[in-house]
Design a protein around this ligand. Structure first.
Ligand SMILES: C[S@@+](CC[C@H](N)C(=O)[O-])C[C@H]1O[C@@H](n2cnc3c(N)ncnc32)[C@H](O)[C@@H]1O
Length: 217
């Protein structure tokens, strides 16, 4: 629940929050009930999640504050929103959804939580003139998550910042360091067994990156 709580808290004070790929809509109902979000849109591509979302919205007493919309990405989202959360999907899917909805997201704050491939999301944001204004790293049930907060506006980023997160690299939260220390230790333990030169060089490059992140350079 730590991840859901953090996501909801990051939408604090928003007037209209779009929870795209809402599933059960836990994030949206929590954001309205606890973090002063005025109203919201719960949307999902599938009927099963929308049914669960509806049940949760009724249980939370929020039928008058949340609109449910079946939509593939932003396709059927024609209501205004000032904040959009897309969480719990792969980075490539999040990137594709943002790409197809580009004309609908330029005035909103984006709260993005890719379960993997966060680099793809940062690369997309950077190429399309979005800035990364904050980032978070957390563990929930022993799984590591990164959250990216973004707004429309140009930002210069290095490849290293796109790969690992410009704000995470500055703030260096403990969870971020722990994640890369574990990755470093894992590769360091197996590298001597790798025979293929190409693979070995790729792993050495990663070790160099991880050393920079964990501060051993
Ligand atoms: C693992 S759930 C994540 C739920 C919630 N956002 C969270 O972070 O806990 C992913 C949800 O995204 C929905 N989804 C996948 N592709 C989608 C798309 N193209 N448009 C809208 N929803 C999508 C799925 O149906 C599913 O309910």
């Amino acid at each position: 629940m730590q991840r859901i709580e953090l996501l909801a808290s990051l939408a604090k004070g928003s007037n209209s929050l779009l929870d795209l790929g809402c599933d059960h809509a836990y994030v949206l109902t929590l954001a309205i009930n606890k973090y002063n979000v005025k109203s919201g849109i719960a949307s999902d591509i599938s009927d099963g999640p929308l049914k669960m979302a509806k049940e949760n919205i009724i249980k939370s007493g929020l039928e008058d504050k949340i609109t449910l919309i079946k939509s593939d990405g932003f396709n059927n989202i024609n209501l205004d929103f000032d904040t959009c959360i897309i969480a719990g999907m792969g980075g490539i899917l999040i990137k594709d959804i943002l790409d197809k909805g580009l004309n609908k997201i330029k005035n909103s704050k984006l709260i993005l939580e890719p379960n993997k491939d966060s680099k793809e999301v940062r690369l997309f944001l950077n190429k399309n003139n979005f800035s990364i204004i904050d980032e978070y790293a957390i563990y929930d049930s022993n799984k590591y998550y990164e959250i990216i907060i973004s707004k429309y506006g140009h930002q210069e980023l290095t490849d290293f910042e796109i790969n690992y997160g410009p704000v995470l690299l500055k703030k260096k939260p403990l969870e971020f360091i722990k994640f890369y220390k574990e990755k470093y230790n894992f590769i360091n333990n197996i590298i001597s067994n790798i025979k293929d030169e190409f693979e070995k060089n790729e792993k050495l490059k990663l070790l160099n990156d991880y050393k920079i992140i964990i501060g051993e350079y």
